[in-house]
Design a protein around this ligand. Structure first.
Ligand SMILES: [Zn+2]
Length: 81
């Protein structure tokens, strides 16, 4: 009788291990902490805010500007000339 109980217990432990392996992601959180603590800068050409690390830096008339793309940088330079 005790052997049977142990067998059932082992089976239950085994089953919960397997079902735990087959159902991943219950404790896994989606990664949406990308912009936290990042300095945001504004693109003066199109008005987009983007993280400083992704911005294209340019000094125009002794002022530092940040752009989302080279296209914006070119267009902004054109308007400043
Ligand atoms: Zn832009």
């Amino acid at each position: 009788m005790i052997k049977l109980l142990l067998l059932v217990l082992c089976g239950f432990v085994f089953y919960s291990m397997i079902s735990g392996l087959l159902r991943p992601g219950k404790s896994r959180r989606p990664e949406n902490h990308s912009d936290e603590g990042e300095i945001m800068v504004e693109d003066p050409q199109c008005g987009t805010y983007l993280p400083l690390s992704e911005a294209i830096k340019a000094t125009i008339h002794n002022r530092q500007h940040y752009f989302c793309s080279k296209k914006c940088l070119k267009e902004y330079k054109k308007t400043q000339e």
